[in-house]
Design a protein around this ligand. Structure first.
Ligand code: GLY
Length: 474
């Protein structure tokens, strides 16, 4: 376990108070087969289960009776076959003791506890499940079909979990700093390797290896691509080409599953062309603007919109947009270039708590989600608080199919100079992303080491590395 027993006891006590009554059931994850039952993906515990119980084994369920305070850690002990093949593990009873839970029980007890609560007419609280085996468990226990489980999930439980997990404690921040340091190693390796002839896949493989050797796994499938305009463009076997940009969006999870998430966009042959540099510098300005605005009390929605206005102003200077900036942004014209949000919360999930519902995590009564293309993808928008961690990740993309579609439909034609935009269809995309902690009076980057992002530093970094340490730069 990462933290002290008292930390987990305190978190569950707070959860119990917030939910108030009923039976809280928190499902841990099970092993997940790749291609036959015994050949499994690397195990990844559910983040909320980990937050409240701290235990990494598969096949566990935590039960908290919110009325009586009685807690039970449920799971079957492993058998001798498992011990022969995989080694011995801590018993469920011992794991319960470690995290301060008074009772442990085999899996058969779960149906009894839930059945008893249902018979008494008490609410059984569960979070929206995202794995099919958990959905089957819930169907067996409560008779709710998987298609109805998201709506049947407990809103009071979701809201309590979001409230607790949103604000990162000092010890969680230390762990996030560790994740960012792994991110530094991944991204600087990618920058050193970036040159004509090296494949995207090779760089992606190196990144995955660094995440695995210094932490646990990547925090999401690494994005390494010359097609930066594809927001989640996964590495291909194509060699990098001179004159193109390589967009690399990647992060790692620590052994305790705290995440990092950074993006850098590097010129394949070491120098940005004037056209690339002009777009790149706009993204840098947007990235830096967010840092000057993010502080407790400010809505992330407003930071996102300020960035959209700056981007629009600067794209007007390049002749790609026109008209009144406010009106263009209100209409959503900038989303041709920025079809995603400025950032998302980050913690034990790279899109923190996204499984609990974007509206529940990123919005509230004051800040409501938008249905407009682009703004609808802003995953987080409400007021910032000290201890929140968000990503700051503006980008500019030239997506040929989207340009063609909007041009053919005349979408936002009063704000978009399609004649000029056409010329950028071979450009790709630029994104710059850092992980930001909201402090008492502002914000700061996570990670003691800065991955270069100013254009001159990105150009300088691989050259300097090759001079200073030719072997490490290979
Ligand atoms: N960094 C990938 C994403 O946020 O979707």
């Amino acid at each position: 376990m990462l933290f002290s027993k008292e930390t987990y006891v305190g978190r569950r006590e707070a959860l119990r108070r917030m939910v108030g009554s009923g039976l809280i059931v928190l499902f841990g994850n099970n092993d997940s087969p790749m291609n036959y039952p015994a050949n499994v993906y690397k195990f990844r515990q559910d983040s909320s289960f980990l937050y409240f119980f701290g235990q990494h084994r598969d096949g566990l369920v935590g039960v908290i009776d919110a009325d009586t305070g009685r807690e039970t850690l449920i799971g079957d002990e492993i058998d001798i076959d498992d011990i022969v093949w995989y080694g011995s593990v801590t018993s469920v009873r011992q794991m319960a003791e470690e995290c301060g839970v008074e009772a442990s029980a085999p899996m058969s007890r779960l149906a009894e506890l839930v059945g008893e609560a249902v018979r008494q007419g008490r609410q059984v609280h569960f979070l929206p499940p995202y794995r099919y085996d958990t959905q089957i468990q819930i169907m067996d226990l409560l008779g709710i079909h998987p298609s109805k489980q998201r709506e049947a999930a407990s809103l009071p439980l979701i809201q309590a979990v979001v409230k607790l997990r949103s604000k990162k404690s000092a010890e969680e921040i230390e762990e996030l700093e560790r994740a960012s340091l792994i991110g530094y190693e991944m991204h600087t390796a990618a920058m050193r390797l970036c040159r004509p002839g090296v494949t995207e896949q090779y760089i992606g493989g190196v990144l995955d290896g660094i995440a695995a050797k210094l932490g646990s796994i990547v925090s999401f499938p690494s994005i390494v691509t010359m097609h930066g305009e594809i927001l989640h463009g996964y590495p291909s076997a194509r060699p990098l080409e001179a004159g193109r940009l390589m967009l690399c969006d990647a992060g790692a999870e620590t052994l305790e599953h705290y995440c990092s998430d950074h993006t850098r966009t590097t010129p394949v042959d070491g120098r940005y062309t004037p056209r690339q540099r002009a777009i790149y510098d706009i993204v840098v300005a947007c990235h830096d603007l967010a840092l000057t605005q993010a502080r407790p009390g400010v809505r992330w929605w407003d930071v996102h919109m300020a960035v959209c206005r700056l981007m629009t102003d600067r794209l007007k200077e390049l002749g790609l947009m026109r008209g009144d900036t406010e009106e263009a942004v209100r209409a959503g014209a900038h989303a041709l270039f920025l079809p995603h949000g400025l950032g998302h919360m980050m913690g034990m999930d790279v899109h923190d708590m996204e499984g609990l519902g974007q509206t529940n995590v990123g919005y509230d009564e004051e800040t409501r989600p938008s249905g407009q293309f682009g703004t609808a993808s802003l995953r987080f928008a409400r007021r910032l608080e000290e201890g929140f961690v968000v990503t700051d990740e503006p980008g500019i993309y030239f997506i040929p199919d989207l340009i063609d579609l909007w041009r053919s439909q005349g979408t936002h034609a009063e704000f978009l100079n399609f004649e000029e935009i056409e010329k950028y269809k071979d450009f790709g995309g630029v994104r710059i992303e850092d992980d930001v902690l909201i402090t008492a009076d502002g914000c700061r980057f996570l990670g003691a080491k800065r991955i270069p992002y100013q254009a001159a530093d990105v150009e300088e970094y691989p050259r300097r590395q090759r001079e200073e340490s030719p072997v490490a730069a290979e």
